[in-house]
Design a protein around this ligand. Structure first.
Ligand code: ZN
Length: 230
């Protein structure tokens, strides 16, 4: 069963990566079909098998031999693992948490590329998450987003521009479903991993204009949800 979930996850991961690549550029996610971004070569079915194709092709396009980015491989493996970890048992609650994690994964990928929280995806997946959460009778904490917004404005007064507005909306949404100490755990993990990432980039002598925070919030969310399952 785990292998099946991993396999389905890799297919979903490939699609999520495509969405994260195309939507910020206002491109259709349906047309054109998957192709090499260097020479435009349309991928044949045997070149679209998640994980296997890219490894068998030695991470190169079969047409122009250009080295392919490892991003798709990363997304496929990561999403496969998320399916395995979050669906140990088939239940609507587990699907709901998986949807939450995967929608945050797409937002994190886009934030990593563009330093922006993609509004359309956030609104669409956020509304779905709240509606399905209500249907599944998940405990919702309606006062939490207000507390988060108040803390954000206080933080902006003390340390201007320390956090983006996009991150605020994401945290406000997540806070609906989380206890305050759970939110703090996410923030702690995100801050610690963000600092480590910054340090690593400094060692590589890469000057960052800012740090995309959502990938680290996503990491915090995943770890918290796994802790809650354990
Ligand atoms: Zn090519």
């Amino acid at each position: 069963m785990y292998i099946l979930w991993f396999f389905i996850g890799t297919i979903v991961g490939s699609f999520l990566c495509l969405v994260a690549d195309r939507l910020p550029r206002q491109q259709s996610i349906l047309y054109p079909g998957s192709h090499c971004s260097f020479c435009g070569h349309r991928l044949r079915p045997q070149e679209m098998i998640p994980i296997l194709s890219i490894i068998l092709q030695k991470v190169r396009c079969t047409h122009c031999q250009h080295k392919l980015p490892l991003r798709y491989l990363f997304c496929e493996v990561a999403t496969g693992c998320l399916f395995m970890l979050f669906l140990p048992v088939l239940s609507m609650e587990n699907f709901w948490v998986l949807f939450w994690v995967l929608s945050s994964f797409v937002l994190a990928l886009i934030d990593y590329d563009t330093y922006l929280v993609e509004g359309k995806i956030f609104l669409f997946t956020g509304s779905l998450l709240v509606l399905s959460g209500l249907l599944l009778e998940m405990p919702l904490h309606w006062s939490h987003p207000l507390i988060i917004i108040a803390c954000f404005y206080l933080l902006q007064k003390l340390m201007p521009d320390s956090m983006g507005t996009g991150d605020l909306w994401v945290l406000a949404l997540w806070s609906l479903f989380l206890l305050m100490y759970e939110l703090l755990i996410i923030l702690l993990i995100a801050s610690a991993s963000g600092i480590l990432f910054y340090g690593y980039q400094q060692l590589r002598k890469k000057n960052l204009r800012e740090i995309p925070f959502l990938p680290f919030l996503f990491l915090g969310l995943c770890l918290l949800q796994l802790l809650k399952k354990a």
